[in-house]
Design a protein around this ligand. Structure first.
Ligand SMILES: [Zn+2]
Length: 306
């Protein structure tokens, strides 16, 4: 399942096509994904210019010039494929150098962002045809993803977003905000960090990684961190997310250089899924253990995560 860094990498990959682009035509090949598509979905997208492509938690938000925002969630297996029928220099916006597309006029697949590597056209559910010839295809074999159209001005109050917590890569994510988010919680640190009402977009993997990096036990009471520990945790959360986004970007560049296919990230984790491995922290010597908390695996080092 895509976590925040993957969704952010997808956003960066799509942004050059979306932002400033006009949707000449949209296709919905079925009436629903996880939920029914909104009424007049195609009509409300057709002819609209995309003014911005943002991310909130694991949602992609395309602000349209109609005053509506297209909300997109990848679910478990959703992916976007970028295609372009014209030859031109394309910058994927992942901080790499631009690469010229092929000049033979054939559709040039610029990239896939996916988890299940489905290429089956049967799973291409929504297609955006941009005025400049680019096509963005939403593919989702398991159909846990969804899309909605919401008035941009009403977005924050929308049920999907009203209760979402701090954005861990946002400007407002500082030690004070994190401390407030955890204040009074008697839940284990692991559970509190997974709680989307406190912090948005952190999943099992990156919570394990951040706690390991911060050397904090996942079993600690969330509300009981000392100020220095809160600062350490804050730094660790930012670092693991940024490293994963950077790795996603590198993966995009590497893949594009070889076969034009982008996107399946196989990150290397320090602690996640590494039960039995010797702890990588200097002079620790502990062994990575697995525990089950709230029905989900936690990987940690009991020797140095205190
Ligand atoms: Zn250790």
């Amino acid at each position: 399942m895509p976590e925040l860094p993957e969704v952010e990498t997808v956003r960066r990959g799509l942004a050059p096509t979306f932002v400033g682009g006009r949707i000449a035509r949209a296709e919905a090949r079925r009436p629903d994904l996880r939920f029914p598509l909104p009424e007049r979905f195609v009509g409300r997208l057709t002819g609209r210019r995309v003014e911005d492509l943002r991310r909130r938690a694991k949602y992609l938000l395309a602000d349209l010039d109609s005053g509506e925002t297209l909300v997109m969630h990848l679910g478990m297996s959703g992916s976007f494929r970028l295609e372009r029928a014209v030859a031109e220099v394309v910058d994927l916006g992942v901080s790499g150098s631009a690469t010229p597309a092929t000049a033979n006029g054939a559709p040039d697949v610029l990239g896939d962002f996916y988890y299940d590597r489905s290429k089956a056209a049967a799973h291409d559910h929504v297609v955006f045809h941009f005025e400049n010839g680019a096509r963005v295809v939403y593919n989702d074999p398991r159909r846990f993803g969804y899309m909605d159209l919401v008035a941009t001005s009403a977005l924050e109050a929308h049920p999907l977003f009203a209760d979402i917590g701090l954005e861990p890569l946002g400007a407002g994510f500082d030690a004070t905000a994190l401390s407030m988010a955890l204040q009074g919680s008697r839940a284990p640190l692991k559970a509190a960090l997974l709680d989307q009402r406190r912090i948005a977009g952190l999943g099992n993997i990156y919570v394990c990684e951040a706690l390991y990096r911060a050397r904090l036990s996942p079993m600690r009471e969330a509300g009981g961190l000392k100020p220095a520990e809160t600062r350490r945790l804050l730094r660790a959360i930012r670092e693991v997310l940024e490293a994963a986004i950077e790795a996603g970007g590198s993966t995009l560049r590497d893949h594009r250089q070889t076969d034009g296919t982008l996107g399946y990230f196989q990150h290397r984790f320090a602690v996640y899924d590494r039960e039995g491995v010797v702890c990588g922290h200097k002079r620790c010597g502990g062994i990575i253990a697995r525990a089950v908390q709230s029905g989900r695996s936690t990987f940690y080092c009991s020797a140095c995560q205190l």
